[in-house]
Design a protein around this ligand. Sequence first.
Ligand code: ATP
Ligand code: MG
Length: 145
Amino acid sequence: MVKVVIVTGSVGTGKTTVAKRLAKKNKAKYLDVNKVIEDYKLCEGYDEKRKCEIIDVRKLSKVLIKIIKDSKEGLVIDSHMSHFLPPKYVDLCIVTKCGIKKLRNRLKKRGYSKDKIQENVDAELFDVCLNEAKEIGHKIKVVYT
Ligand SMILES: Nc1ncnc2c1ncn2[C@@H]1O[C@H](COP(=O)(O)OP(=O)(O)OP(=O)(O)O)[C@@H](O)[C@H]1O
Ligand SMILES: [Mg+2]
């Protein structure tokens, strides 16, 4: 099987930046999971309260596993849901992290609402992605952006 690196982390912590850089450096394919969600119609609605799409991560994982199995080149997978992939398909899980002040500024710049900023800042404070990735059993490397 090809080499697979996943890049997860809270919203705005630098996943896309890191994943694209890594893919280029290693001549691997950059996989944008948002595009996969669109292509495979995996969005199951919109959460008005949290202002985000509703995604079934089990369905997403199934699609990602198929893409991994079919891929002829190494993959760098960019998504805060990528760590739900079983570790047997993943060589390395990169978790991006960023200081809280900096993160707040980045999210403000995007024009997010106060609530949305706070929710994402909380996710970073509590290391939600990092803890989930650890629990699932990935080999982890933390990258500070
Ligand atoms: N290493 C870095 N140094 C400085 N700024 C960075 C770094 N990485 C990312 N940034 C900045 O932080 C912002 C968010 O980065 P990026 O879009 O890569 O995050 P993301 O985790 O992919 O966000 P999302 O969860 O919304 O997809 C961008 O404006 C980017 O320029
Ligand atoms: Mg991104």
